[in-house]
Design a protein. Structure first.
Length: 397
């Protein structure tokens, strides 16, 4: 899959730098050529000799090196790659990237490149959560830098939380996802997460969807080579790699974003869209006033995104897949929903209290079409996404 791809790996100074060795090994096994830039701080954790041995190439470190510049100028170094990957992406290098600094070879290459950049952050949990780091991340995301991780877990410093660098296998998956996205010539649209329906400037109607299931489906599409658009309501889920992400708030925003993403070959509506919104959103915060009657919220029906797309006369996707969140008589209700919404397949999941489907890591589903019902065993949401996308690939073939 990575045959002939050229990766410029930038290794910065963090305890997770040792994982770069394993990553290089796996990248080369898959046919990628890896060239390394090792920062001064990175060289405190891994040696140029070991990186050179696993990458089979010279390791670059100095910005002002006569021999390096003669062989391969720093501009050429960054332009020569298909993808730049920063592992570990420390708080320091992320800050320098966000500020556009070029005070060593690594940041100069990152500033000089016209190629995509993927970073795998790794730092102490407090550093990750610090507003300065979060500000830098936002800046980098809006500059188009892609992120893999960080993961949550025990840290080398003895603390627990987000900040652990993703494992080499996950970083490799992100790199492969980057190269495969869009490679099969098919386009997919996925909705995910809840919608927020404003009551006034500070209050809203929402639900417990975390976006885990929808995001996992989008990641599975990208990994299978679909050009994928993920339209998501507000969630804390990391954005999947290789996916065009469109963040929205309300059902009406979600419909507009989905319509803008058409035409596609397949749509999967996994979002938990609010069925109703407040008919008239107050433009000032509703006041709680003693002796006054309680405010009455009159509801209006939201547009149905799934039914709208399924009912398109022109430009209807070849396959329209909905989800049905049910708390009783799951299959029966889901089958009725399949007919009512006019979609081709519906994935029924039990969301009754105790199942942990909303927000949880697992899901137990039935895949329902006009003439079949399949019960799938309990699986992680990633596995459900991969199995669903595998079935979609067969159906579109
Ligand atoms: O996000 P997670 O925490 O991972 O949880 C996953 C999930 C439970 C939210 C997901 O697997 C799921 O079941 N999503 C659909 C939830 C839902 O709103 O179901 P519904 O039965 O109300 O809607 C049926 C279908 O119509 C869904 O495809 C929904 O996206 C779609 N719909 C509903 C209302 C609306 N106004 N527009 C829609 O497109």
């Amino acid at each position: 899959m990575l045959s002939g791809k050229r990766i410029l790996l930038i290794i910065a100074g963090g305890i997770a730098a040792y994982k770069a060795i394993e990553l290089i090994r796996r990248l080369r096994e898959r046919g990628a050529a890896v060239r390394c830039i090792l920062t001064k701080a990175g060289a405190e954790f891994v040696t140029p000799l070991s990186l050179s041995a696993v990458s089979g190439d010279k390791v670059y470190g100095e910005l002002f090196s006569l021999t390096d510049e003669a062989e391969m100028g720093h501009i050429q170094l960054s332009r020569d790659a298909d993808l730049l990957v920063v592992v570990p992406a420390t708080a320091d290098i992320l800050a320098r990237m966000a500020a556009g600094l070029a005070n060593d070879l690594a940041t100069t290459a990152l500033l000089a490149t016209d190629k995509p950049v993927l970073v795998a952050p790794a730092m102490n949990v407090r550093m990750w959560l610090h507003p300065a780091t979060q500000r830098n991340i936002q800046q980098l995301q809006s500059d188009g830098v892609r992120f893999v991780g960080p993961a949550e877990g025990d840290m080398a410093c003895g603390e627990y939380g987000p900040g652990r660098m993703s494992e080499p296998a996950e970083i490799l998956g992100a790199i492969e996802g980057f190269f495969t996205a869009g490679s099969n010539g098919l386009r997919a649209l996925v909705t995910s997460g809840p919608t927020h329906e404003a009551i006034d400037p500070v209050r809203f109607i929402a639900n417990r969807s975390s976006g885990k299931q929808g995001h996992a489906i989008a990641a599975a599409f990208a990994a299978r080579g679909f050009a994928t658009t993920l339209v998501s309501g507000p969630t804390h889920e990391p954005r999947p790699q290789g996916v065009k992400f469109v963040g929205v708030e309300s059902a009406r925003d979600m419909l507009a974003a989905c319509e803008a993403a058409l035409p596609v070959d397949v749509v999967v509506c996994a979002a938990a869209v609010a069925d109703w919104r407040v008919a008239v959103e107050a433009n000032q915060k509703l006041k709680k006033e003693k002796g006054k009657p309680l405010p009455v919220l009159t509801l209006a029906e939201n547009p149905d995104i799934l039914a709208t797309i399924a009912g398109l006369k022109r430009g209807r996707p070849r396959l329209v897949v909905g989800f049905a969140a049910e708390t009783e008589r799951v299959v029966e209700h889901a089958r009725a929903k399949l007919a009512r919404k006019g979609c081709d397949w519906i994935v029924a999941n039990d969301v009754s209290p105790g199942t942990g489907t909303f927000g949880g890591t697992n899901n137990t589903v039935h895949l329902i079409s006009a003439d079949r019902t399949e019960a799938w065993p309990q699986a992680t949401k990633e596995q459900v996404g991969q199995r669903l996308v595998a079935r979609i690939v067969e159906a579109l073939a």
